[in-house]
Design a binder for this molecule. Structure first.
Ligand code: 5CA
Length: 441
């Protein structure tokens, strides 16, 4: 892609209503635009990142054995009356009437709808275990939408739902999702801490939030520094190891303010290991047994022929919120550096040559075509802006690797730079190898 052709409405000044750095960056770099309070359009740069995050989330769900499907954004109110949540959900639910006066709603989550699909189509224990998921827009009429896409009203969520015959199997599904979440956040280069959490309007007896450490986060967290040292590569992907993994995480005291207990904290965590900070909730998983399956009659025939109510859990990831969380974790001193796995473009070619400098243009075009052929996603700056303004723009766009082309270089010499480090000089061959090593291996 050439920068002169990219729809990238960059804003020079920091927007006054954007209080945290991710919101500021997303507006300034033309990733999003607000269309109404807490409702945003995703412009090309932001959309590229969103799609890449979505794809990583999808791959890890598939790896865990979950099956993708797609449910609609609009649901019938009747289902929510059946589960008993219609009245209780309150003003956060956007309620709509169609022309026949039928009550509909814009889905804030999908426990009811998936339970209906399950009960109408699954009759035997032989179809279990089953985990279904979709990645779909949700609407919650938040009382105070803020921080851009971090707490907004319309947002993209991945939500999975597990169905099992017994409590033990259902716990295993929970553990599989726990593991899938840690793998997902690792690929996004985020350190996400699982914390025991309240179940709120979703309900249930077991729940973990996954929290990214960030000063601007909405949740106050109390945890053990040693939890940060746990690595998922320490655990294997089989039933027993997954159980011991969740037990190991649970053995460290870690809680958000809703669950915080000072006496327990002091008893379980040595003073020097106590970590009190703030964080962003990027995922939330719930085990709720028969909370929905019972009132909605989701049952299967067991091996002994008796009708058994299924055990369920639900598992959410804030896909659009993750864009903000990744920015909070990687935007420092006015320079953004995207993780390789989700960067909107993989390499920037910044041509500093003057408009009529044919040598620079040839060099830039040659490299651009070479990398395009290798399916590397390149953004070539072919504009006439000043070098200072080009670098400022690329600090906002945040492509982690830059190739700089200028008139003072030798013919087969290119400057290569990781955005936050010093530059090195490479020949064309060396440069292409370097980029291939970064992305294609
Ligand atoms: N049904 C369950 C699990 S599928 C559920 O809805 N869980 S949730 O309410 O915790 O939401 C899941 C994730 O969506 C959260 O962890 C958060 O990352 C994201 N999320 C929730 N509300 C918002 C919001 N207003 N704006 C942006 N992301 C949000």
């Amino acid at each position: 892609m050439k920068l002169s052709e990219l729809f990238l409405p960059i804003v020079k000044d920091i927007p006054t209503d954007a209080k945290i750095k991710s919101h500021q960056l997303m507006i300034r770099s033309g990733m999003i635009r607000q269309s109404a309070a807490g409702i945003y359009s995703w412009l090309p740069l932001g959309f590229r990142v969103l799609k890449k995050i979505e794809q990583i989330v999808r791959e890890e769900q598939d790896f865990a054995g979950a099956q993708e499907m797609l449910m609609p954004t609009i649901q019938s109110a009747d289902l929510w009356k059946e589960s008993g949540r219609y009245d209780g959900y309150g003003l956060e639910m956007l309620r709509i009437k169609d022309r026949q006066d039928r009550e509909l709603l814009y889905g804030p989550t999908n426990e009811e709808l998936i339970t209906q699909i399950f009960r109408d189509n699954v009759k035997s224990y032989k179809s279990l275990p089953l985990i279904l998921y979709h990645i779909q827009w949700k609407f919650r009429d938040e009382i105070r939408p803020r921080f851009g896409i971090m707490r907004c009203r319309e947002f993209l969520m991945k939500d999975s739902y597990s169905f099992d015959l017994t409590k033990e199997e259902s716990n295993h599904s929970y553990n599989k999702m726990f593991y899938a979440y840690l793998r997902t956040f690792e690929r996004l280069e985020l350190k996400a801490l699982p914390m025991v959490a309240d179940t709120g309007p979703i309900g249930g007896d077991l729940s973990h939030e996954f929290i990214i450490l960030a000063e601007t986060g909405e949740s106050q967290i109390y945890t053990n520094k040693k939890l940060l040292d746990l690595k998922i590569s320490d655990f294997k992907n089989d039933k027993e190891s997954l159980k011991s993994m969740v037990d190991t995480y649970a053995s460290f005291y870690s809680a958000t303010d809703e669950k915080f207990d000072q006496v327990e904290f002091d008893k379980k965590v040595k003073k020097e290991d106590q970590l009190i900070t703030r964080g962003i909730e990027v995922g939330h998983i719930f085990h709720f047994g028969d909370k929905y399956s019972k009132p909605m009659n989701a049952m299967v025939n067991s091996s002994t022929g008796t009708n058994t109510t299924v055990q369920m859990g639900s598992y959410g990831i804030g896909v659009s919120r993750l864009v903000g969380a990744i920015i909070e974790a990687n935007y420092n001193n006015n320079v953004m550096k995207w993780p390789k796995s989700v960067t909107p473009f993989q390499v920037a070619i910044i041509n500093l040559g003057k408009k009529n400098d044919e040598i620079c243009k040839k060099k830039a075009d040659k490299l651009y075509h070479l990398l395009n052929e290798k399916k590397i996603e390149v953004l070539l700056d072919d504009t006439d802006e000043s070098p200072a303004s080009k670098f400022k723009n690329f600090d906002l766009i945040g492509i982690p690797y830059q190739v700089i082309i200028g008139s003072k270089q030798a013919e087969n010499e290119y400057e290569f730079k990781e955005i936050t480090s010093d530059k090195i000089n490479l020949s064309l061959d060396e440069l292409v190898k370097k980029i291939e090593n970064l992305y294609l291996n």
